[in-house]
Design a protein around this ligand. Structure first.
Ligand SMILES: [Zn+2]
Length: 266
């Protein structure tokens, strides 16, 4: 009886987990895969070969395959501790609308996405580290470079990156972060690999190599570009306005990730 009770409790907990609105954490799987695909296709031969080798250690064949691991592990009970320990590494919160990086205040003890990128890039480039550690660093890096380009992952308002900014979408309650995770890019109605191919057609020029600049740019986008809608309803016009911004961020993230991997691995 006790066992049945426990089993019942477990399935109830599992159901609750599914029903509870997940705390949005990222671009959503498609956005991260696109960033990874764009980066992978831009790599020079040397870094591509090294990325392949490290992917093999993780049992993967491509960067998109590992791009969502840092988010996916949150639903793996075996990774709960690790997921909790790294939960602050997906974003950075600026203190005010100036969007200037003040490390001791907003990234104390390296607990933000900027420091996470710097740390994992250093580990990836460390030839004295084990291949396993370097492959794991690659897995984080691919994800976090995507995250820092999502404007609400580097915002300045005290609404947990839009997670507490309630909106209405398709007649239902949602929040602004969740809208940026999926519906903005989803409004293109393309599968992620076709979408990546489309974005690839328009190359983007950029020489910004510092993750601090990437985060400050994201913060300014969240401040200046109408990311916070006038009212509380998300309509098609909003998605159409935001989509080019999101697409540009995905393309920048892909380009910058490729350059970062080349600098680190060549
Ligand atoms: Zn994330």
């Amino acid at each position: 009886m006790r066992n049945r009770c426990r089993a019942g409790m477990r399935s109830m907990m599992a159901m609750l987990f599914v029903l509870l609105p997940a705390l949005a954490h990222a671009w959503g799987p498609s956005g991260h895969r696109m960033v990874a695909r764009l980066a992978e296709n831009q790599l020079d031969a040397t870094s591509r070969a090294e990325v392949r080798r490290l992917l093999g250690i993780l049992g993967a064949n491509s960067l998109p395959e590992i791009a969502n691991w840092a988010d996916d592990m949150r639903s793996d009970p075996a990774q709960r501790e690790l997921s909790r320990a790294t939960s602050r590494l997906h974003f950075v919160n600026f203190t005010d609308s100036r969007c200037t990086y003040d490390e001791p205040r907003i990234c104390a003890n390296g607990q933000c996405v900027i420091a996470a990128i710097q740390r994992h890039a250093a580990m990836l480039g460390d030839r004295s580290a084990t291949d396993r550690s370097r492959a794991e660093a690659l897995r984080y890096l691919v994800h976090f470079v995507g995250d820092v380009h999502q404007p609400l992952h580097a915002g300045y308002r005290s609404d947990r990156g839009g997670n507490n900014h309630q909106v209405r979408f398709n007649g239902k309650g949602s929040n602004l972060h969740a809208i940026w995770d999926s519906p903005v890019l989803g409004s293109r109605r393309l599968r992620w690999n076709d979408y990546a191919r489309l974005l690839e057609r328009a190359p983007i020029s950029d020489n910004t190599a510092n993750p601090i600049d990437w985060a400050e740019q994201s913060c300014r986008i969240s401040r200046d570009k109408g990311v916070y809608p006038q009212g509380r309803t998300i309509d098609k016009a909003y998605l159409d306005r935001m989509r080019p911004l999101a697409e540009r961020q995905i393309r920048l993230a892909g380009k910058r990730l490729a350059k970062l991997l080349e600098r680190t691995l060549d």
